[in-house]
Write a protein of this length. Sequence first.
Length: 290
Amino acid sequence: MKNFKKIISFVVFCSLIFTSFSGVFATESKSLDFQKKIEELKDYKDDDFVDAIIKLKKQVDVSKIKDAVKKENVNASKEEIQNEIRKDMVDKSIKLKEDSQKSIIEILECGKKDGNVKNYQQFFIINCVNTVCKKEVLVKISKRSDVEKICINKKVKIPKLPNNVPEDRNALYSMEKKHVPWNLKMISADKAQKEVENFNNDVVVAIIDSGVDGNHPAIKNNYRGNDKNLKRYSWYNVVTEKTGDKEEPYDDRGHGTHVCGTILGQRENSLLGVCPSAKWMAVKVFDSNG
């Protein structure tokens, strides 16, 4: 009987010890989890104002949307299905933003009243919020289970070019026959274009770079903003904060134009870009200094 009591006592003792430890381990684990979320903030003090991006875990499930739209539109054309997918993605992204960011916005609104939050802006393509607030506010938000991470909203600079001379591609042009540059031959771009010659759906590519020269002969006809109804939504300059209806696309470094040409550049008797039938829109995120 005494031995039985000893065994019971030992079991109870162990259960208390390990239960206590498991609580400690769980607390440490949670602490480490939120510390990882704010790793980029380690050099800031609690009362420092930080320009940060709060990214939420929940994002729109693109694959699920595609599958659902295809099932609901069995008899629709590829173009109609693609347009419906795009519309559904935007609608669901906006709905997700409204539902999932609500309580975080409430925290930021309270912070504005207390002087701990300067401003904030909500986004929906990626489910996130950009805010300028004190580090202590971000630490509080990082402990939420629905927050994936908090990043510094920092400027990125590209290396300064020694000579900003546009690339001369005249050597690629041939009046005798359509010239296909070696790089496009390597990826069979010319063959791919033949396969989609009768495909009517417009592909729109967004160039997020140093801008795009809207007057460049190889790409000017492909600008989506040539349609007056889409002009406003086809160009945005982060530097001047102007849209396509207020400013014509330009590029003061040349890199964005080069990229655009590689994607869809075209000229009579010469294949320049991978997909010359595509349209382009652009966001200028670098100024002349990078």
